[in-house]
Design a protein around this ligand. Structure first.
Ligand code: SF4
Length: 411
């Protein structure tokens, strides 16, 4: 078996992300270009079809978490009325903006986030995104438009999909006005083709983790998902995942494992703890436990995309999003993933400021255990607000959980 070494593709990803942010900065300074801000599972494809440079504030929120600066800024947002109990992407992002700071300065030399000309949300993930974008709409005095999605979606029926399509079409007149361009269905089909290919390749990347040992872990995929989020609909994302898949195939052929001596295979449900990714990754390595599947990274697999039916398939894909689904639908999706990835147990992250993506509060872990026989544990923390996360406590409960798995395996 070959010794583990970091993926070469990460260099390409760094180049692509640098080009993405410098491109956004240039677009924001160019009077002939327009910038749209979009939620991470919003209609980015429609925006690209109008030629907008598309910026994703959630990605910025995650950068604030990963650089451990979120807690410097959250109190600024709290002081203006945004509660410490709401989304800590929102509070970190708004607080950083009020402080005139951004991690884009250290990473790419940018002075500020790119000024928006229009803000476009989808409430499929939560209401927080609408309130978040509302702050910037007031500040910059630009249009705020979006999709109001149902929550607790059970079966995604044709009727439900059809009921959502008019909301997507209703965005067009505003986007035409802001961009100064007429809607071009052929261009939308082209963008959808690229997004479809991106999402298919991303799904294939995640599927490599079905291998035993897995060539990747959750901690790798939280990094390598960036192009699927911020570059989908652009050819660079397709090229990136083709390169990554080729590298993963090479690794698999050499029998290279992401976690040497992989002893346990686990499911991570919920948000990452962005400010502790490295520590947790090292800890799981030491425990020889590989997190091989997560609902979070799977959120950018949009199986319904179809360039021939752009509006219907966008509406369906963005309704099928895990976070928007009913508890029985979530339970069924998780049970399938547990089986496909052959996991030994499930770790739930209950994120204090994201109840939307914390699936621990209405008995789901207990029902999934009953259905699959798989044990679980719950880690209490947060995506960005590290005051809510005790690394020691988390490690202690995970260690106890792994001992329980070991005892079960030996029994
Ligand atoms: S889903 Fe959670 S983390 Fe994402 S924007 Fe909404 S509240 Fe914030």
């Amino acid at each position: 078996m070959a010794a583990f070494k970091p993926l070469e593709s990460r260099h390409r990803m760094k180049e692509l992300l640098a080009a993405h942010f410098h491109g956004l900065d240039a677009a924001a300074r160019d009077p002939g270009r327009r910038v749209a801000w979009c939620t991470s599972v919003g209609p980015a494809e429609l925006l690209h079809s109008f030629g907008f440079a598309v910026y994703f504030p959630e990605n910025h929120g995650a950068m604030l978490g990963a650089t451990r600066t979120a807690n410097d800024y959250i109190p600024r947002a709290n002081a203006t009325g945004y509660s410490p109990d709401i989304c800590s992407y929102l509070t970190a992002d708004v607080g950083a903006f009020l402080a005139g700071k951004t991690p884009l300065t250290g990473a790419y030399g940018l002075e500020t986030v790119p000024r928006p000309d229009v803000l476009v949300y989808n409430t499929n993930q939560c209401r927080d995104v609408q309130d978040w974008f509302g702050f910037y709409a007031r500040h910059f005095d630009v249009p705020l438009i979006g999709i109001q999605s149902p929550v607790q979606v059970g079966e995604v029926t044709d009727e439900l999909v059809a009921s959502m399509v008019p909301q997507y079409r209703a965005l067009i007149p505003v986007l035409e006005q802001v961009s100064g361009k007429r809607f071009d269905p052929d261009r939308l089909a082209e963008v959808m083709t690229l997004s479809t290919r991106t999402t298919q390749l991303w799904e294939q990347v995640l599927a490599t983790m079905q291998q035993r040992p897995s060539p990747l872990t959750f901690f790798d995929t939280t990094i390598h998902m960036a192009p699927a989020v911020v570059l989908r609909g652009q050819p660079e994302a397709v090229g990136y995942y083709e390169q990554l898949l080729a590298e993963l195939a090479e690794r698999s052929a050499q029998g290279m494992a992401a976690v040497e001596g992989e002893r346990f295979r686990l499911y991570w449900d919920g948000m990452p703890v962005w400010g502790r990714l490295r520590e947790l990754s090292t800890f799981f390595q030491q425990m020889r436990a590989s997190i091989v599947v997560s609902t979070y990274c799977n959120s950018w697999v949009f199986s319904a995309f179809d360039p021939q039916q752009p509006f219907e398939s966008m509406a369906r894909a963005y309704l099928e999003l895990f976070i928007a689904r009913s508890e029985p639908a979530k339970e069924a999706i998780m049970a399938d993933l547990c089986r496909e990835f052959a996991v030994d147990g499930v770790i739930y992250h209950d994120a204090k400021t994201c109840p939307n993506n914390s699936n621990t509060r209405y008995g789901l872990p207990q029902r999934l255990r009953q259905r699959t026989g798989l044990p679980f544990t719950i880690v209490y923390g947060d995506l960005n607000d590290l005051r809510c996360f005790s690394e020691e406590q988390a490690k202690t409960s995970i260690e106890a959980f792994l001992e329980q798995l070991e005892a079960g395996a030996a029994a």
